[in-house]
Write a protein that binds this ligand. Structure first.
Ligand SMILES: Cc1ncc(COP(=O)(O)O)c(C=O)c1O
Length: 451
């Protein structure tokens, strides 16, 4: 067994310090890789409790955050990827491919597209014909192509808030954000159709971005809600862009309803965006796809998309995952669902100054930290820090004050809700081994007891 696998929690956390990053680089990567090779044989059971050491791999979640926060950062729960060792079928397929040492131009094999078609039909009953499907190097470039296909420069694109920050940055590449805030009723988020309709009715609105399941609030939207939304969009001639990248993460008792499984007239007014990258943690391997049942829509998107070929190793990894990864993903889903209920009940029962609704989908929890903001005077601190900055600088938000407070006192990093236009909230990534999750929760608990 490798050094990495022998890590207990304490030594792992100790090694997470920036001072030790450099010395751990070589050991961690090579040892981890060898271990992966040894395990590439079909794995009957999946040990998601294993703490797999990522530091020194240039990963955004650990290394990127250690670069910002230094040694005080111990457990990053920000960037939306997972810390688990990848599915064995992925490692096996990649190893087979890298044994051939040429990476010239590649023609995307039809078997890759077929694996997407089969996955969607097998798991969700969504029928995709080959000519409805388009490759994209990641989800957001595909979304941007669709925005350009349906909107003149400067058009408003409707997005629900709190919302994934990548939507905001993508819209800003030539368009204007039209915000449709979700309504929070008794801690539960709902779509606000009264607010939405006049926004859709505007002459310069042609597209609406749906996030299902929703990052960051965690809702899996039900059929009735999606149908009402779809009918409103159709009535106002607004195309629905359904980002369903989180669709494979649905917690126990919940359901993901694909937009493309609604009534035909609604489906014909939509484009769906997906990727194996979130489900199987392949984000850096860069490939995603979009599809629409409306041939005219596909023609418009093809005309403006860059039609780039996608990453060859990403094709290999995604195809292996979609063809052979069902068992691994099912086991992971169950594990993450347990993480979600465990984290939310621990936070609600044992951590002062914050609460958490158990997410229905995604591996992200959306925490209400309003009591903590009040307790530590985060609004005043943020205002004072903003006043000390240059007048045109981005203001400091109370949620950023909470982010820093938690890192300084607990070593745990959460993402500030203000990044998602969510006030008084923080986003916690639950895609990590349970022992590390417990460590993080314990650290936050101790910090909150002293707040
Ligand atoms: C809802 C949503 N869409 C898109 C993305 C980004 O996908 P990609 O990296 O494939 O562009 C993310 C990443 O977290 C996401 O949460």
């Amino acid at each position: 067994m490798s050094e990495i696998c022998k890590f207990d929690r304490r030594s792992f956390l100790k090694h997470a310090g920036v001072a030790t990053v450099a010395s751990s680089i070589g050991a961690s990567v090579s040892v981890g890789a060898q271990e992966g090779a040894a395990r590439a044989a079909p794995a009957a059971n999946h040990d998601f409790d294993e703490i797999y050491h990522r530091i020194g791999t240039d990963c955004s979640k650990w290394d990127g955050q250690i670069a910002i926060w230094g040694e005080q950062l111990q457990i990053p729960m920000g960037v939306a990827d997972m810390d688990f060792r990848v599915a064995p079928c992925v490692t096996e397929a990649l190893q087979k491919r890298v044994a051939h040492e040429v990476y010239g131009y590649m023609t995307t094999p039809e078997s890759y597209h077929q694996s997407i078609i089969d996955w969607n039909e097998r798991r969700y009953g969504t029928v995709i014909e080959r000519d409805m499907l388009l490759d994209s190097p990641a989800l957001l470039p595909g979304l941007l192509a669709a925005m350009r296909a349906f909107n003149p420069p400067g058009a408003k694109i409707v997005v629900q808030t709190p919302g994934y920050e990548g939507f905001f940055s993508t819209i800003r590449k030539g368009f204007v954000i039209e915000e449709n805030p979700l309504r929070e009723v008794g801690g539960v988020y709902e779509m606000d159709f009264d607010d939405l309709e006049p926004r859709l009715a505007q002459d310069d609105v042609h597209s609406f971005i749906l996030c299902n399941p929703h990052n960051p609030v965690g809702n899996c939207w039900d059929r009735a809600t999606l149908t009402e939304l779809g009918e409103l969009c159709l009535r106002h001639d607004v195309v629905v862009f359904a980002d369903e990248i989180h669709c494979d993460f649905v917690n126990q008792g919940q359901e993901y309803v694909p937009y493309a499984n609604l009534a035909d007239e609604l489906v014909m007014n939509s484009v769906t965006f997906k990727s194996a990258s979130k489900s199987f943690n392949l984000a850096a391997l860069k490939n995603a796809y979009l599809f629409s049942h409306n041939p005219e829509f596909m023609e418009r998107i093809r005309a403006v998309g860059d039609n780039a070929t996608i990453n060859s190793l990403g094709i290999i990894a995604s195809q292996a995952a979609l063809e052979e990864g069902d068992d691994w993903l099912d086991a992971l889903q169950a594990y993450l669902s347990a993480n979600a209920s465990h984290a939310s009940s621990f936070i609600n029962g044992q951590i002062p100054h914050m609460t958490c609704n158990e997410p229905e989908g995604t591996y992200l929890a959306w925490l209400n930290v309003e009591p903590l903001i009040e307790r530590i005077g985060a609004i005043g601190i943020a205002a004072a820090e903003t006043a000390a900055k240059a007048p045109d600088a981005e203001p400091v938000t109370p949620e950023e004050v909470v982010e820093r407070y938690l890192i300084e006192r607990s070593g745990v990093k959460l993402n500030p809700g203000s990044s998602y236009w969510g006030s008084g909230r923080m986003r916690m990534n639950l895609g990590l081994a349970r022992p590390l999750l417990d460590e993080a929760l314990g650290r936050i608990q101790r910090a909150m007891q002293q707040a």
